[in-house]
Ligand binder design. Structure first.
Ligand SMILES: [Zn+2]
Length: 301
């Protein structure tokens, strides 16, 4: 009677979908008071990764307190580029979180960090910044308790970081020298979020001081348009290195700022006039007394 038996068809439904496997990744912005500089705390509920480390010991301390309050291991501190407002706090974070691995995307960024630390230790350009943290003076025969840049900062093997417990960040570094000689941007597919590091300033005057000459300003403008084109179709949330998170409109705002800065500094008679013109054009932008002042000083000699 086999012919009468109703076949029992068992259908296995692929119940485990991509979505169920993806880590529950979240990001929190830590907005520093000094220089309007951001750090970002990524969490998957099991471990943490922090992107950039603040400029002053006070801000780094507040960042450390926030990380401690999450009661999860900090596995990685990722430094986006070699400017003091992004790496100074790594000395304190290293003390507070001995299990954290300080990482950078490439060897050039590690070199930038060390050489900028040495430059700042000699006073830097502005005199408007705190002196270099003594803990960041490079380790040497004369300074055996100094910071060991070669051993304590690790260069990632490829352009991704995976958080323990899930979640992946994709790093991009194929940029021309602009705001810094080398820069890392970070994209999270899970969050659809783009972290521009210092390619991005939102309602904060751009830092165009120090070694940022006309050529580097032009390169910054070109790279902004290239990054915009690369991510345009994804419409990510955009997290700048300085200022509040926003969206893709940031790129056009910044290009306009660069054009205004270039025109104003090429046409006015004095530094004071340049500062007043740019303040009038961008009245609600932060860091007029710091970034704008030294940027104008650098481009109007
Ligand atoms: Zn910065």
């Amino acid at each position: 009677m086999r012919g009468l038996t109703t076949p029992v068809v068992v259908v296995f439904i692929a119940a485990v979908t991509q979505g169920a496997l993806a880590a529950d990744l979240r990001v929190e912005v830590f907005a520093g008071d000094f220089a309007s500089v951001n750090s970002f705390i990524f969490s998957n509920g099991k471990s943490l990764l922090v992107l950039d480390a603040q400029r002053t010991p006070g801000e780094a301390r507040k960042l450390a307190e926030r990380i401690h309050a999450l009661h999860l291991p900090l596995d990685y501190l990722l430094i986006s580029h070699g400017h003091t407002d992004h790496f100074t706090g790594m000395a304190l974070l290293r003390q507070e979180f001995p299990g954290a691995r300080i990482v950078v995307a490439n060897e050039a960024i590690r070199r930038d960090i060390k050489s900028y630390a040495i430059y700042m230790d000699k006073g830097g350009q502005t005199g408007g910044e705190p002196a270099l943290e003594p803990a960041l003076r490079p380790r040497s025969g004369d300074n055996p308790n100094g910071f060991d840049y070669e051993r304590w900062i690790h260069v990632l093997a490829d352009h991704t970081v995976e958080l323990h417990g899930g979640g992946k960040l994709d790093l991009t570094t194929d940029y021309a020298p602009a705001e810094a000689p080398h820069m890392t941007t970070v994209y999270s597919k899970e969050l659809n979020a783009l972290f521009l590091a210092d390619f991005g300033y939102n309602r904060v005057h751009l830092w165009l001081g120090d070694d940022i000459d006309r050529e580097r300003i032009a390169a910054w403008r070109r790279e902004l348009l290239r990054i915009k084109a690369r991510y345009e179709s994804l419409k990510p949330t955009v997290y700048p290195g300085h200022g509040h998170p926003t969206d893709m409109r940031l790129f056009d705002d910044m290009v306009r700022y660069i054009d205004d800065f270039t025109r104003v500094t090429a046409t006015v008679k004095s530094r004071e006039e340049a500062i007043q013109s740019l303040k009038a054009l961008y009245p609600d932008y932060n860091e007029a007394d710091f970034f704008l002042r030294y940027s104008v000083q650098n481009h109007l000699r």
